[in-house]
Design a protein around this ligand. Structure first.
Ligand SMILES: *[C@@H]1O[C@H](CO)[C@@H](O)[C@H](O)[C@H]1NC(C)=O
Ligand SMILES: *[C@@H]1O[C@H](CO)[C@@H](O)[C@H](O)[C@H]1NC(C)=O
Ligand SMILES: *[C@@H]1O[C@H](CO)[C@@H](O)[C@H](O)[C@H]1NC(C)=O
Ligand SMILES: *[C@@H]1O[C@H](CO)[C@@H](O)[C@H](O)[C@H]1NC(C)=O
Ligand SMILES: *[C@@H]1O[C@H](CO)[C@@H](O)[C@H](O)[C@H]1NC(C)=O
Ligand SMILES: *[C@@H]1O[C@H](CO)[C@@H](O)[C@H](O)[C@H]1NC(C)=O
Ligand SMILES: *[C@@H]1O[C@H](CO)[C@@H](O)[C@H](O)[C@H]1NC(C)=O
Ligand SMILES: *[C@@H]1O[C@H](CO)[C@@H](O)[C@H](O)[C@H]1NC(C)=O
Length: 561
């Protein structure tokens, strides 16, 4: 006889089968002319449109994106930021990591299950391409949302810096020996909802759930809603205990969900402010006077017949401290970590005098073979970091609790992102706190979970996650220009479970078209996977970004056998 527990389990799984669906998108990347701020330029759009379309699904759904690259002169690809890709690490999207770049004329299908709800985004993870426009909103609705019923309407707001030049010349200009100050490209403008802006129809008695997403390449944004609180309920698709904030700061790639209530006494129209923060560290005026060169004012509109011209002026920015938000489930820090990864971040210079960014004095250099392909094809040797080349690999075993400590030796703040996981933010001290002292003390009792955390200047952060998601996951600064400078490490998670991992034929075809090997170590050596010949140890002096050059017609290496 079945126990009642087994019965209810069987019932639950039936119910969830009935609920889930497959959501399919047929997308072709193309160049589109757009002028989101009044200045026309080519952008990377989808199906000849820009802004790019929204992905919308429900927890448990399978999302299928049939992605064709029709750019002609650039390779491409998509990453789904915040989606953990459980059991589908090959769908994560970064070029050279979990797939080859998608060459012009090729189609590649992404297929994965969305396991948690929240506010996400997708973007190209291919050689500095997303600031050229290839990014969009990704919403996963959650039938078990603890805040469902607490709001009436949803409002999506994307914030981004914007450049009039294309990424390729911008990065080329940055990666010059003359750039001894490691200066990134400075944005020309701030755009909200990709230039469309935001007027919210604000009705007395209603509560609005804002889903704010930063598409930025560099900048952060201070957000303030005049006389209305932002009641924060989620960050980076992780539920929080509700907390009122007057100001928030959102860094590149972060998301905030918050409730704004139209109060009984409200009348008229209310401005709200989005101020671009390109200060190196807004808490440190020793670096010079703070500057706020680009603002956007949106409005909560109660009465369209009344003017929307008032500005929301803030005399001093003092955003809520997101390291002290509390997770909705009240979970404590993961205990007894067995893996400790210490990452000292410094700017550095390579053998050609080109400015780079380093973890532990080593800059990330993409290798010929995507790292996940090496993990899948180097047998027992896939636990040996040597097989991956200079991708700053860190191997952790299945089930370990992993502690990552980042010591930021730069004076500026930097937002760090981990693929494949939410991590707990145990500690994120103020600017000037220096390196991690080497002891585990003073941590949050209920650490918030995020996928992207801002680390303050000359300070550090302590993060933890559970290694239960086999795959190859990048950990990097989400300032896209710093990714191109090499500010990336690679977590090789549970390689012992990746040995038989297989790849769809269209993913392999993308590699074959580009004559990129799909087996062996970082250089495609299959006979002796500890043979490091062919590894890339210095970047080419000319940066070509996503520019497509057809591969030479001969094999790069003589065939074995
Ligand atoms: C995917 O797109 C390609 C090229 O547009 C098309 O040939 C193919 O039929 C599409 N596949 C699916 C499953 O929609
Ligand atoms: C940006 O574009 C302008 C106009 O084409 C050009 O003068 C300038 O040199 C470019 N800057 C960079 C960094 O490429
Ligand atoms: C806001 O209200 C105006 C006028 O009633 C309407 O045209 C517009 O579509 C509404 N916008 C939204 C986002 O609902
Ligand atoms: C942007 O807003 C801030 C805060 O209100 C203000 O200090 C700054 O002067 C504004 N910038 C511009 C260019 O108006
Ligand atoms: C951590 O280790 C301590 C001491 O061995 C043990 O009492 C505790 O149960 C462990 N906690 C977890 C979550 O495994
Ligand atoms: C990086 O290089 C500096 C200067 O040579 C040295 O002091 C430091 O110990 C190095 N750090 C690591 C992690 O190797
Ligand atoms: C690891 O690689 C070395 C060199 O290729 C090889 O001799 C050895 O057999 C490999 N070990 C396993 C378990 O595959
Ligand atoms: C590719 O084509 C687009 C659209 O014409 C152009 O703006 C861009 O500069 C071209 N070159 C590269 C390397 O992207």
């Amino acid at each position: 006889m079945l126990s009642s527990g087994a019965l209810s389990l069987a019932f639950l799984s039936l119910a969830s089968v009935a609920r889930t669906a497959t959501v399919t998108y047929d997308w072709t990347a193309t160049w589109v002319w757009a002028s989101p701020d009044g200045y026309g330029r080519p952008v990377v759009g989808i199906n000849n449109q820009w802004p790019c379309p929204k992905i919308e699904a429900t927890v448990g759904d399978t999302v299928v994106i049939n992605f064709t690259n029709n750019l002609g002169n650039q390779t491409s690809g998509l990453h789904f930021h915040g989606i953990n890709q459980v059991q589908t690490p090959e769908m994560d999207g970064p070029s050279g990591v979990t797939q080859c770049p998608v060459p012009p004329g090729s189609t590649l299908t992404y297929k994965f299950v969305v396991d948690i709800g929240g506010t996400f985004w997708y973007h190209s993870h291919n050689m500095g391409q997303y600031p050229d426009g290839l990014r969009g909103v990704f919403i996963v609705h959650d039938p078990n949302d603890p805040y469902s019923g607490k709001y009436d309407e949803e409002v999506i707001m994307t914030v981004s810096d914007w450049y009039h030049n294309e990424s390729l010349p911008l990065v080329r200009n940055m990666l010059q020996p003359s750039n001894t100050r490691f200066a990134p490209p400075i944005p020309d403008r701030l755009i909200v909802n990709e230039g469309a802006g935001l007027l919210v129809n604000f009705t007395k008695g209603k509560t609005y759930r804002f889903r704010v997403i930063s598409f930025a390449a560099l900048a952060s944004f201070m957000i303030h809603f005049d006389s209305h609180d932002m009641n924060i309920i989620m960050n980076d698709a992780a539920y929080l205990k509700q907390e009122a904030a007057q100001q928030i700061r959102i860094a590149a790639a972060q998301r905030y969900d918050f409730l704004v209530e139209a109060k009984d006494g409200d009348s008229g129209n209310y401005p709200f402010l989005v101020a671009m923060d390109i200060n190196r560290d807004w808490t440190n005026t020793d670096l010079g006077a703070l500057v706020w060169p680009h603002n956007y004012t949106g409005y909560l509109v109660m009465d369209p017949s009344k003017p929307t011209d008032k500005l929301d002026v803030v005399s001093e920015f003092s955003p809520a401290d997101d390291a002290h938000f509390k997770p909705h489930d009240g979970a404590a820090p993961y205990a007894n970590y067995t893996s400790h990864i210490k990452l000292d971040f410094d700017f550095c210079t390579d053998a050609n005098g080109i400015p780079r960014a380093c973890f532990n004095n080593v800059t990330y250099i993409g290798q010929p073979v995507p790292t996940l392909y090496s993990a899948a094809t180097t047998g027992d040797n896939n636990t040996n970091p040597i097989v991956y080349g200079q991708v700053n690999p860190f191997v952790v075993s299945y089930g370990e609790v992993v502690q990552i400590v980042v010591n930021n030796h730069d004076e500026a703040t930097h937002p760090f992102h981990l693929h494949g996981h939410h991590f707990q933010v145990l500690d994120r001290p103020a600017s000037g706190a220096g390196d991690w002292p080497g002891t585990d003390a003073g941590y949050a009792a209920e650490p918030p979970m995020r996928d992207t955390v801002t680390i303050m200047g000359k300070s550090h952060a302590v993060l933890r996650f559970k290694a239960t998601n086999p795959g190859v996951w990048l950990f990097h600064c989400h300032i896209e220009w710093h990714v191109e400078m090499g500010l990336t490490a690679t977590i090789i998670e549970a390689p012992e479970k990746l040995r038989d991992h297989t790849f769809p034929s269209d993913h392999l075809d993308a590699c074959h078209k580009l004559k990129i090997p799909t087996e062996g170590n970082a250089a495609g050596n299959t006979v002796n996977v500890l043979d490091t010949s062919g590894y890339v140890t210095v970047n080419p002096t000319t940066y070509n970004g996503a520019m497509y050059t057809p591969p030479p017609n001969k094999r790069c290496k003589p065939q074995k056998g």
